[in-house]
Design a protein around this ligand. Sequence first.
Ligand SMILES: Nc1ncnc2c1ncn2[C@@H]1O[C@H](COP(=O)(O)OP(=O)(O)OP(=O)(O)O)[C@@H](O)[C@H]1O
Ligand SMILES: [Mg+2]
Length: 323
Amino acid sequence: MIEVKNLSKRFGPKLAVDNVSFSVERGEVLGFLGPNGAGKSTTMRMVTGYLPPSAGSVSIAGVDAVGSPIEAKRKIGYLPESAPLYADMSVSAFLRFVAELRGLSGAEKQRAVDKSIETCFLQPVRQQSIDTLSKGYRHRTCLAQSILHDPEILILDEPTDGLDPNQKQEVRNLIKRMGEEKAILFSTHILEEVDAACTRAIIIDQGRVVADGTPDELKARSKGAGRITLRISGASGADARVALEALSGVKEVLETSSGETSFAGQVVPGKAAAGLSETVFNLCKDRGWVIEELRVEEGRLDDMFRELTVADTKLADAGRPAA
Ligand SMILES: Nc1ncnc2c1ncn2[C@@H]1O[C@H](COP(=O)(O)OP(=O)(O)OP(=O)(O)O)[C@@H](O)[C@H]1O
Ligand SMILES: [Mg+2]
């Protein structure tokens, strides 16, 4: 549904998007992650045909977005970053206006407006003038605009930005539900959202794709993945540590808190660490230690994000000449 190939965008000397390629199928929700200024919004603007690329191609359900922008735009719903709206219109007048732009009229138009108002929880403010709306409602009005014509493809730039926790949750559920039959690309800074709503995620940094995979695959690549978090009582911290370090497959033992009769920390697996959690469990059992917690860490998206993006920033800093 969305096919992006070798897309680049240059603003003067700045290469904001650098040779980005990805695709989104129907039934997929692709999360777009990256630090501020990474190039997420710029990429989305090119995918929606709002901004011409410096190089590369965008195909929207088989239509070339650069060569046939109007046909491509018909298939897309777009929530831009700053939620632009006509401030002097009421919510329902604005949505009726957008419905007309989308070629809807009569009962069909009214149905589309009512449905988007309901879906985006705008009933309480439907007659209110947009310039008097709170930020969250303004954002939701813009979201309603993007889904009004029931597009097959949705491009949502930070759809939960500025929403309260309940609304964030509702919008995530909405994205997940809509993603079952549409192709959705959405950007976010909230990593839980990737777990909650995405089938796949891409991390971009300084204009380049640095990771692409399912949320579980990305988590498994983080440094903490596979570590065993262990909390026991009935052994001194020092004894537990020595015994754990002696197990085969253990690279190191990181203590977080220990005492005369307790140990808490993480066991870091080395090479050939298959079945390590069972080995740790058996050690505790054999020694008669009481296991209060034993858990294999699945890895964390925020660790993965930091490892990929902060590391880059440090490298960039290191490469700069001293002031
Ligand atoms: N019209 C423009 N002219 C010049 N530079 C621009 C323009 N639009 C974006 N940029 C630059 O391109 C880079 C990428 O910006 P972009 O808005 O795509 O980042 P982003 O990943 O969406 O960041 P954020 O998380 O802050 O929204 C930034 O360095 C930005 O300053
Ligand atoms: Mg942005």
